[in-house]
Design a protein around this ligand. Structure first.
Ligand SMILES: Cc1cc2nc3c(=O)[nH]c(=O)nc-3n(C[C@H](O)[C@H](O)[C@H](O)COP(=O)(O)OP(=O)(O)OC[C@H]3O[C@@H](n4cnc5c(N)ncnc54)[C@H](O)[C@@H]3O)c2cc1C
Length: 339
């Protein structure tokens, strides 16, 4: 176990914020975890668990220990004619995992192609896109509680998944290090085209037969056309969650803003497009120094080069205030603010 001092986090977060961490450790094996549990560091210092850094904003330097998840590996746990269960190390790259499934003809996770980050972070906010969430294929995960030092296995029910939410953002927030995740993929050809935009794009370029590779390529094409390439422009994808409101609130808003964008949420309430709210307040494409709102997508805040985390955070707060003033809706960050 090697603890590094005074490390720049620029290469460890997709916003490319040049914050410094006092201490940094890469976890590559279970033995590294045992090492850190026995070191006493967790009792002395504050700590933060980091995956690929694509959903975090370092708002200042981090005066503590960054625990970077790097456990690799992919193992078949169960396999029959209908499905396969895989156990994936939390430090594996999510998109590589999706690519491997597509190449192997395992169905079910292709709509989540090109989401940056690591496998161990996917359950934390129950990543989702194009009509599906990781919970649709999720079986269970292994983790260790860094406070109680207890190794544990959690089932799908125990993870309490919701819209960009799970137990890891609530009761177990910040204290549980996920080490591997099990997903069940189907061997039977079945797709999820419930998301209209994906279905339309699939129909746009007729092919003889719709196969897994074609769906994967279509998802990647759609995403690339909308979101900034993290290698070129720093961002963390959608900065805010879509707010969920009641029937009554929706009716009031519809009467004032007839073109408001909304969708039925799983809870039976209504999800309003946060991007639409922000765009209506005139933020799309706005730039203040190197911090800005992406020109193709108002929900995405970007670092054009040398923005500090605090620049992005103050822009986010101004946006939040202006949306509240105009619509009376408080939009909450999806991105985890670390300081
Ligand atoms: C261009 C772009 C597009 C995106 N598109 C989407 C999208 O379509 N849908 C979507 O849902 N998200 C999207 N995101 C957000 C992001 O990709 C996901 O949230 C992803 O799961 C974050 O993974 P990560 O490894 O980078 O996590 P990090 O950013 O490193 O961490 C995120 C959170 O998970 C915790 N965490 C990380 N690893 C572990 C672990 N092993 N154990 C316990 N806790 C852990 C961290 O403490 C933190 O709270 C996008 C981001 C970008 C930059």
């Amino acid at each position: 176990m090697k603890v590094q001092n005074n490390i720049s986090l620029k290469e460890f977060n997709s916003f490319k914020i040049d914050a410094k961490a006092d201490l940094f450790i890469n976890i590559a094996t279970i033995n590294d975890i045992i090492g850190i549990l026995e070191s006493g560091l967790l009792e002395e210092k504050k700590y933060f668990i980091l995956g690929g850094g694509s959903n975090v904003l370092f708002a200042s330097d981090y005066n503590g220990l960054i625990i970077n998840m790097g456990i690799k590996g992919m193992h078949i746990m169960e396999s029959n004619d209908d499905y396969i269960v895989l156990e994936i190390g939390a430090g594996e790259d999510w998109h590589n995992f999706v690519k491997t499934c597509v190449k192997s003809q395992y169905y079910g996770i292709e709509n989540l192609a090109l989401i940056p980050g690591k496998v161990g972070s996917a359950p934390v906010q129950n990543i989702g896109a194009y009509g599906m969430e990781q919970q649709d294929c999720f079986v269970s995960l292994k983790a260790v509680n860094l406070k109680t030092k207890e190794f544990m296995e959690l089932s799908k029910d125990e993870c309490r998944f919701g819209y960009r939410n799970s137990i890891f953002k609530n009761d177990l927030k910040d204290n549980v290090l996920i080490t591997s995740v099990r997903y069940q993929l189907s061997r039977l050809k079945e797709f999820n085209f419930s998301y209209k935009e994906l279905e339309q794009e699939i129909q746009k370029f007729p092919v003889k037969e719709i196969d897994l590779q074609y769906v994967f390529d279509t998802v990647c094409r759609l995403r690339t056309s909308k979101l900034p390439n993290p290698d070129l422009i720093g961002s963390a994808g959608s900065f805010f969650k879509n707010p969920v409101i009641s029937d009554e609130n929706l009716e009031n808003l519809k009467s004032e803003f007839p073109d408001i964008k909304y969708y039925k949420s799983d809870s039976g309430k209504w999800k309003i497009s946060a991007g639409w709210l922000i765009e209506k307040c005139g933020w799309k494409g706005k730039r203040f120094g190197d911090a800005g709102v992406y020109e193709n997508h108002a929900l995405v805040l970007v670092n054009y080069g040398n923005a500090k985390g605090s620049d992005i955070l103050s822009l986010a707060m101004k946006i939040q205030d202006s949306v509240f003033e105009r619509f009376g809706i408080k939009i909450e960050p999806e991105v985890v603010i670390v300081q």
